[in-house]
Ligand binder design. Structure first.
Ligand code: NAI
Length: 214
């Protein structure tokens, strides 16, 4: 695979779904699959699958289909999931605590190290074995513990200020739950999460059954 080849974001955004289903196939000890069979379980058309996976080259063979293990490992590499990341959570309220309580994240290589908050009633408490620290300690903690990613779960009006602080650190990525478009230093990547986007699509599909059956 040519790792420098520019892959469209539309393809990249489909890869986690391939990754998830391929993992399930491996767990069921399925080691070989055609694009047609993959299409039936994943919901993308066979031609879409061939087109997507051709981007990376070498995964499928005419008449054989895909080697599930190779494909899974290939996508793991493309998404850089074989390397672990060190994570902090900023804002230890409902969302921050929910993420800290989600063991799947730890098992997927996103190693949550600590939470940060301003609320003195939360500072010093633990969520599972993770300590909640004073937000004032954030910068020093990031540098000392080689933190790569911040999950930001603070109220909307506080979040840009936090992004300004993060911009002064060596942090590389922000997973932003707060509904605000952040301005950050150019060496930080921001990925916004809006659960409601998916919910609103559900609402649309509920009322347009034909579309939902596609
Ligand atoms: P929450 O009020 O339970 O928690 C927010 C926490 O941030 C509190 O513990 C508060 O003390 C702390 N905080 C406030 N200012 C801070 C600062 N300067 N530094 C560090 N910590 C600070 O709120 P909740 O429900 O956890 O929501 C958090 C954010 O996530 C909100 O912006 C909300 O709109 C957003 N949200 C996003 C969703 C999504 O799908 N993206 C879904 C639900 C919530």
């Amino acid at each position: 695979m040519d790792s420098k080849k520019k892959i469209s974001m539309a393809v990249i955004r489909r890869l986690p779904k391939y990754h998830r289903y391929l993992k399930e196939l491996l767990e069921k000890e399925v080691y070989r699959i055609s694009s047609k069979e993959l299409s039936e379980i994943i919901g993308f058309t066979a031609s879409q699958i061939r087109q997507d996976l051709n981007n990376f080259g070498g995964f499928g063979q005419q008449g054989y289909g895909y080697n599930v293990d190779e494909l899974y490992e290939g996508i793991t590499k493309i998404l850089y999931l074989s390397q672990p990341y060190n994570v902090v959570i900023i804002g230890a309220g409902n969302m921050g605590q929910a993420l800290a309580n989600y063991p799947w994240l730890q098992n997927s290589g996103f190693r949550i190290r600590a939470l940060f908050d301003v609320n003195p009633r939360l500072i010093g408490l633990k969520i599972r074995d993770l300590e909640i620290y004073d937000i004032e300690e954030l910068e020093a903690y990031i540098e000392k513990n080689d933190i790569n990613i911040a999950f930001v779960c603070t109220p909307k009006e506080k979040t840009q200020k936090i992004a300004n602080v993060l911009s002064k650190t060596s942090i590389q990525g922000i997973w932003n739950f707060s509904p605000v478009d952040l301005k950050v230093n150019s060496n930080i990547v921001v990925e916004n999460v809006h659960l409601s986007d998916s919910l609103f699509v559900l609402s649309y599909l509920l009322n347009n059954r034909e579309e939902s059956e596609e």
